[in-house]
Write a protein that binds this ligand. Structure first.
Ligand SMILES: *[C@@H]1O[C@H](CO)[C@@H](O)[C@H](O)[C@H]1NC(C)=O
Length: 281
């Protein structure tokens, strides 16, 4: 979570083990001071609330296992009302440091009535200026919706309620997260300095506590805690997954109707020319 926060809006993960029968506490460690992460685990349903108060510094939870490829999803219900300045995330990271890999979904809050923004990003060997940002076609604060990251040797797929909105492909000559195992994280933090209109709008602490709810966490990945990878039965379904024609259609639909930022169209940011993948198909 101490990643360089400046250019990015960060992201999240969550909790009720569907694929694995593990209890929340077996799978995750908590981040934040007592009470900031509330786990409701009746053995059947697991829900987690991340709570942020003035001075609390944010909250989160992190997987104990590391994964090298997998399919990770969670249902989230974002902060209602004035959430400007807050950042809620679901992300995978290989760790801090210059050469790290990371895959992000980050939700930047907004003023009441203004839309949440969903940032997606991929970092490979420390290079991460690859944002696609979207508004959503529903109110993400009204109900739970499912957010999913598929990460395999061919591509990374970002999916909202089973609608793929982005694919980030691997090209053999370009950086791609393919060798560093990653942990899964869900966080809620104060991103006032950069999240909402580059800091023009700060968190209104009178609205605190800010609460994000997670449920139905599912991870279906190859566990790799430093040796060989152990892939679960049935992993071929996501290990080989690429978007079909219909799914490429939903990506085009999301880009056309809901995209608010594409790094491959930001000439101001890349005066020397766009990253190479921008001109590949
Ligand atoms: C907040 O709403 C405004 C107005 O619609 C929009 O321009 C902005 O991109 C939204 N998101 C953030 C994170 O500020």
């Amino acid at each position: 979570m101490a990643r360089s926060l400046m250019q990015r809006c960060l992201a999240v993960l969550a909790l009720a083990a569907i694929v694995s029968a593990d209890r929340f506490s077996d799978q995750f460690g908590l981040v934040g001071s007592g009470g900031d992460v509330q786990v409701k685990d009746d053995g059947n349903t697991q829900e987690v609330a991340l709570i942020m108060n003035r001075g609390s510094g944010g909250a989160g939870f992190s997987s104990k296992d590391k994964y090298l490829y997998g399919e990770f999803s969670v249902q989230m219900k974002l902060i209602g009302g004035n959430s400007a300045g807050t950042v809620t995330s679901l992300y995978l990271t290989s760790g801090e440091g210059d050469g790290h890999d990371e895959i992000d979904i980050e939700f930047c809050g907004n003023l009441s009535g203004d839309p949440y923004m969903m940032n997606t990003n991929v970092w490979a060997s420390g290079d991460g200026k690859k944002e696609h940002q979207f508004y959503l076609w529903f109110d993400p604060t009204a109900d739970f919706h499912t957010y999913k990251i598929v990460w395999n040797p061919k591509n990374i797929i970002f999916q909202v309620d089973d609608v793929p909105v982005r694919t980030f492909k691997k090209y053999d000559d370009l950086p791609y997260p393919s060798s560093k195992p990653m942990t899964v994280h869900a966080t809620l933090w104060d991103g006032s300095f950069w999240a909402t209109r580059k800091g023009a709008i700060k968190i209104d602490w009178n609205q605190a506590p800010f609460v994000v709810n997670y449920r139905a966490y599912s991870s279906n990945g190859c566990v790799n805690n430093g040796g060989s990878s152990a892939c679960p039965a049935g992993s071929n379904a996501w290990m080989n997954r690429e978007l079909n024609t219909k799914e490429l259609g939903t990506v085009a639909w999301a880009e056309k109707n809901y995209m608010s930022y594409n790094y491959c169209a930001d000439g101001w940011r890349f005066p020397q020319g766009f990253p190479a993948e921008c001109s590949r198909d």
